[in-house]
Design a protein around this ligand. Structure first.
Ligand code: ZN
Length: 227
């Protein structure tokens, strides 16, 4: 009886040892094959994060890019050369969260600069030229995950090109909301508090307030721009 129990114990111990050895022997090989397969099957796509001023677009972009960095993916962030509000090299959100980025004069620069990159982040996408959707498409087609953040509408409540085109070709679009400064509802409009009619007006903190539809329409009805 005691002998047979010992035999059973020895059998299971040997089985466990064999399994461990097999696992240990094959682990590096499996890992290599898995990585190779991942590379071969890597598929790109386009994500868009849009909303009004102060809606947390850049915070959301930075959050996604940080997660990709934690996953050891090659990440690169680009912003238009025109966006020099805070810093030449850093993408900075309103809560001063920041991440290193490369300012580029044109969307065509992305194709060259993103070579070998797995995740491409684009901040202030609305300030890029009309070639951006085509560039994002080419990147996604070549296996790159593209995440573009930008304003959905300009200060007059019109779709802000090239964001509508980007949204149309994206796999995922996230609309983030600010809080209306007048009534506390969700805000999707960026109301300009100065009389300037320039499409691009930098120095946003003093020049814009996020408003809901009702408050935005009321504010626009007043010639001075203040409801
Ligand atoms: Zn409101």
């Amino acid at each position: 009886m005691g002998r047979s129990r010992r035999r059973i114990c020895l059998f299971f111990a040997a089985l466990k040892h064999t399994r461990l050895c097999r696992h240990q022997r094959s682990f590096p090989k499996n890992m290599f094959l898995e990585r190779a397969a991942n590379r071969a099957q890597r598929k790109g796509w386009i994500e868009v994060i849009c909303g009004s001023m102060f809606s947390g677009k850049t915070e959301e972009l930075i959050r996604r890019l940080r997660r990709a960095e934690f996953a050891k993916q090659k990440v690169e962030i680009f912003k238009p050369g025109v966006d020099t509000r805070y810093d030449e090299v850093l993408v900075v959100s309103h809560d001063s969260n920041h991440i290193r980025s490369t300012p580029v004069p044109s969307s065509s620069n992305l194709l060259l600069l993103a070579s070998g990159i797995e995740v491409v982040g684009i901040d202030e996408a609305q300030f890029f030229d009309d070639g951006l959707p085509s560039v994002c498409e080419q990147l996604a087609n070549s296996g790159v995950r593209v995440i573009a953040a930008g304003l959905n509408m300009d200060f007059q409540g019109r779709p802000f090109d090239p964001m509508p085109q980007l949204m149309a070709i994206s796999e995922f679009t996230t609309k983030v909301h600010a809080i209306c400064m007048h009534c506390g509802e969700l805000a999707t409009f960026s109301h300009r508090t100065t009389k300037s009619q320039e499409l691009v007006l930098l120095g946003e903190t003093e020049s814009y307030v996020p408003l809901c539809r009702g408050c935005f329409n009321a504010a626009r009805a007043v010639p001075t721009g203040n409801p």
